[in-house]
Design a protein around this ligand. Structure first.
Ligand SMILES: *[C@@H]1O[C@H](CO)[C@@H](O)[C@H](O)[C@H]1NC(C)=O
Ligand SMILES: *[C@@H]1O[C@H](CO)[C@@H](O)[C@H](O)[C@H]1NC(C)=O
Length: 198
């Protein structure tokens, strides 16, 4: 009987040892830095970074060297008065990005992609554009988003990805119209972009 009691005590002790080992393990796992544990398909990334980019986009439809060119629109499209981008129009863009608002300001990169006029009842665009930056070896972030132009300054676009220095980027861009020619559509837009990336 004594032997049986001893073995019960021993079992309890070993259970206690196992439990405290588990508790220590849980503590270690819980206190492990989130970033170091960030494994995607066995691939480890460094610390997640936060980057803020501010620049001006020059979207030029007029003149002999436009940076935005209409390539298609629906057959039944009737241009709205004072709206150079009627509903269903699709534009291909290679816009210049500069440090300051003037076109003569330092060029920091380019924005290549498409935008479409998607608002039936007012001006609204959807953008699919890759923004690449010289200072980051051509690394880029990608916007695929509505651009609720009618919302005015502070309107927000979604950043959905990135390349190079901006791998796995996600974030948002806050836009402010610095200049707009409602006659020909030429615009200079200030971008204030917040990115989370690796
Ligand atoms: C750009 O590339 C150079 C040479 O490969 C490298 O030294 C530098 O760190 C890179 N810069 C950025 C911002 O990625
Ligand atoms: C840019 O956006 C960030 C994030 O929303 C904000 O904190 C900052 O004040 C903005 N900067 C300017 C100059 O608007």
């Amino acid at each position: 009987k004594k032997e049986k009691q001893d073995s019960v005590v021993e079992n309890e002790e070993s259970t206690m040892r196992t439990l405290s080992l588990l508790a220590v393990l849980l503590l270690v796992v819980a206190s492990h830095p989130r970033n170091a544990a960030n494994a995607h398909g066995g691939h480890r990334f460094g610390k997640e970074k936060l980057t803020n980019l501010r620049f001006y986009l020059h979207d030029t439809l007029s003149g002999s060297d436009p940076t935005a060119v209409p390539v298609a629109h629906g057959a039944s499209t009737t241009p709205r008065p004072g709206d150079p981008t009627p509903f269903s129009s699709v534009y291909v863009v290679d816009d210049v990005l500069t440090e300051g608002p003037e076109r003569t300001s330092r060029v920091v990169g380019s924005a290549q992609g498409l935008y479409a006029s998607t608002g039936r009842h007012g001006l609204g665009l959807v953008l699919g554009i890759d923004f690449a930056f010289n200072d980051y070896n051509g690394s880029s972030f990608v916007v695929f988003s509505r651009n609720p132009v009618a919302d005015g300054d502070g309107r927000e676009l979604a950043v959905v990805g990135g390349r190079g220095a901006f791998r796995l980027a996600r974030g948002f861009a806050l836009l402010r119209t610095h200049y707009l020619n409602t006659g020909n559509g030429d615009a200079i837009i200030e971008y204030n972009v917040t990115l989370m990336h690796y």
